[in-house]
Design a protein around this ligand. Structure first.
Ligand SMILES: [Zn+2]
Length: 408
């Protein structure tokens, strides 16, 4: 039997233990103070004990936070020594999001329910799937007596759901030397339902608020006022001009272009017979990472000023969100190749590296020049009532990580 086969059948033998670990983790609500909770300490202590029982070295890089009783937002770094090769890291998070209204759930969100091969409960997928898969992948290496080609490290952080200031951001600031540029960093915390998608790139996000001010008058005398809605409508139509202005393509993304869409509009005058003096709308732009957002800002400002001048209104553009994407992880980076190889062995199908339109914590690594890949089997259930993950996929993901850690 090859080492890969040994590791895979070892992981299969953990099925009951994996369900049990999920049961314990689901029963410890780890909500950050921004979500009205007492933080991640209880869950971190459970995981820390588990790691120590495996004789792994565990380091705590906690962040102080006076808003929780423990005063701490825990962050764990567990390492297993290996050869001289690049280290292999898996980053997962301990915190979860609130359940939402309890009556939306079929059963208690804080009690694991197992039905037809599926596990239900808050956090079973996001991100216990990442936590549990990393833990049991490491266990498989230890119990198979494998010496990995490089150090294997698990980083389990707090505060991923509410900004990462007390989590990954804190860890990377406190331990800037922890991860080297040649290391392999996997983030099992998003992906697609078939488990084949490796996220290597993110578009920049730019959300604009556009406030147009004219002069409100009676609907019968438009000549006495300045119609803000009309000017605003012209600006909304002009938004699509940006598709041509920033017309680059990158086939790693679906869709391959930057996107510029007017989305939300605030209510204007409540009646029909008034010329509105004020109108407010919003634009959601997802921009290819090689485009500088300063140029997009300037293009909107220039075009809207032009229209404002023609219509005699004032226009104010402000940022609701502005996140310049860090450089993408190359689709042939060592972490992507190693991950793709392991996925193909476990799933018998080729992996698909690609980009997404939103932002993930991978940005914290990528902006430091550390090529990270986000991957996991990810049905569309995170943050929803009746969050679930299926056990077979969880076992597959555990196998993928075991193979990746072992370098096979
Ligand atoms: Zn997550």
């Amino acid at each position: 039997m090859s080492l890969a086969q040994k590791l895979m059948s070892r992981v299969d033998s953990y099925a009951d233990q994996i369900v049990e670990a999920q049961r314990r983790l689901v029963a410890i609500p780890a909500l950050g103070p921004d979500n009205g909770g007492q933080g991640e300490i209880d869950k971190a202590l459970w995981v820390e004990k588990w790691l120590q029982e495996m004789n792994l070295r565990v380091e705590r890089v906690d962040a102080a936070d006076a808003r929780v009783e423990s005063g701490l937002r825990p962050n764990l770094i567990a390492t297993m020594p290996g050869g001289e090769g690049p280290a292999r890291w898996a980053l997962s998070h301990l915190d979860v999001v609130p359940t939402g209204p309890a009556d939306q759930w079929t059963s208690d969100p804080w009690q694991l329910r197992v039905e037809n091969g599926k596990l239900y409960g808050r956090g079973v997928l996001d991100d216990h799937a990442g936590v549990v898969a990393s833990l049991f992948a490491l266990k498989a290496l230890i119990e198979e007596g494998v010496t990995p080609p490089g150090t294997v490290g698990l980083i389990m952080v707090s505060d991923e759901e509410t900004g990462s200031l007390y989590g990954l951001d804190h860890v990377l600031q406190q331990r800037p030397e922890l991860i080297a540029a040649r290391d392999l960093v996997v983030i099992p915390d998003a992906g697609e339902e078939d488990g084949l998608f490796i996220e290597v790139a993110e578009k920049s996000i730019l959300w604009l608020k556009v406030e147009v001010t004219g002069k409100q008058v009676h609907g019968s005398t438009p000549d006495k006022g300045v119609n803000a809605l009309y000017a605003s409508a012209r600006m909304m139509v002009a938004v699509h001009e940006m598709y041509e202005r920033f017309g680059g393509e990158d086939p790693i993304f679906v869709p391959p272009t930057s996107t510029f869409e007017p989305t939300r509009k605030e209510a204007g005058v409540p009646n029909i017979n008034t010329i509105p003096g004020k109108d407010v709308f919003y634009i959601d732009c997802r921009v290819l990472p090689d485009v500088n957002l300063d140029e997009v800002d300037a293009a909107f400002a220039q075009r809207f000023q032009e229209i404002a001048k023609e219509e005699g209104v004032a226009v104010k553009i402000s940022h609701e969100q502005r996140l310049q994407a860090p450089p993408a992880t190359p689709a042939d980076a060592p972490v992507v190749q190693a991950l793709a190889k392991a996925i193909e062995v476990v799933k018998g199908q080729p992996a698909k590296p690609g980009g997404i339109g939103g932002g993930t914590v991978a940005a914290f690594f990528r902006k430091r020049g550390l090529p990270a890949a986000v991957w996991c089997t990810w049905p569309p259930t995170p943050h929803m009532p009746d969050e679930w993950c299926d056990l077979d996929s969880l076992l597959d993901d555990t196998k993928v990580l075991a193979l990746l850690f072992a370098g096979c």
